[in-house]
Design a protein around this ligand. Structure first.
Ligand code: UDP
Length: 302
């Protein structure tokens, strides 16, 4: 089997590729990625600029800059990798007659009014806000993918991951997502930075559960499927911070900062459909996942 994995050197890609066997080509500009896995061939290029005559069985588009603080500083690149980039990837899949899998995002729901959020919810998104480079480009990608499905009959699958975390999630201040940032801060004895009052929620998914769902989504008979890949267990950010301080045995305190602009106040996945369609549900609890993540960070930071 021949795989083209776009953005395959990033956090999600590195875990997925480790668990795939076959002939794997990664296209990645390495702009945010640090963990390229040696069992694949790397082409260092942005998907927007990539062209090839090769044919693939699977085209998987993971390339994105999912950290709000990072994408807000690189809005054009963020918007292009999930618009022009998706178009380029779809054309490669169409020419190859490949299965096309896209990692969209729970961001497409914006400030969701239905929690946990099912796939049928249309979203409540600020089309011109600071997060729009990310959520609107993901929404456009979904629309383009469904257009290729309807017009050309391409075998497409769309997943919407919700706050996936685990080893290799970047920790640095200008980039880190909340779990890697808090673990990093706690292990270094720095105060954990909470945006707003910390009552906003997320539902976190450990990366091995994401890999399992993703591999199942590459299976037969799933043409045109759209699925949430996440957890339905909501956690308040302030509780997450306290849990990480206690699990690391850290002396860190909490530092409250102004809220992020357009930060969704609540987020959790309705995974009824993923359970039915894939026979999948998360196996790793937040506690177990945090334990493995903390252990990995201890190793990296020591
Ligand atoms: N967050 C926080 N402190 C941080 C980083 C994030 O309080 O240092 C909060 C952020 O405001 C958001 C949640 O944690 O409500 C998740 O943020 P993340 O950057 O992981 O991604 P998002 O889910 O917003 O895309």
């Amino acid at each position: 089997m021949k795989y083209l994995v776009i953005g395959g050197a990033g956090f999600l890609g590195s875990h997925l590729i480790e668990s795939l066997s076959g002939d794997i080509t990664v296209v990645d500009d390495l702009s945010t990625a640090k963990y390229f896995q040696g069992n694949a061939k790397l082409i260092r290029e942005k998907i927007e600029n990539f062209s090839t005559d090769e044919k693939y069985d699977y085209v998987i588009h993971l390339a994105a800059r999912p950290s709000p603080e990072d994408y807000i500083n690189h809005p054009v690149e963020t918007a292009l990798s999930n618009s022009v980039g998706t178009y380029k990837a779809l054309e490669i899949a169409r020419r190859s007659d490949a299965v096309f899998l896209y990692t969209s995002s729970s961001e497409i729901y914006g400030h969701a009014e239905v929690i946990p959020t099912p796939e049928s919810y249309w979203g409540k998104v600020n089309p011109t806000g600071v997060r729009s480079c990310y959520d609107e480009s993901k929404r456009f990608s979904e629309a383009l993918i469904m257009s290729f499905y309807r017009e050309y009959g391409l075998d497409v699958r769309i997943q919407r991951p919700f706050n996936v975390y685990g080893p290799r999630l970047r920790e640095d201040g200008s980039y880190g997502r909340v779990i890697s940032r808090f673990v990093y801060q706690a292990l270094r004895g720095e105060d954990l930075t909470i945006f707003g009052d910390g009552n906003q929620t997320r539902a976190f998914l450990y990366v091995s559960d994401w890999v399992e769902a993703t591999k199942r989504m590459l299976g037969p008979g799933l043409k045109g499927v759209i699925l949430n890949v996440g957890s339905d267990k909501e956690t308040k950010i302030i509780d997450l911070a306290k849990t990480i301080i206690s699990m690391t045995g850290s002396k860190s305190g909490l530092k409250f900062l102004p809220p992020r602009q357009d930060d969704p106040p609540r987020r959790a996945a309705d995974i009824t459909k993923a359970k039915e369609v894939l026979g999948w549900e998360p196996k790793v609890s937040l506690f177990e996942g945090l334990k493995m993540t903390i252990e990995w960070f201890r190793g990296v930071l020591s």
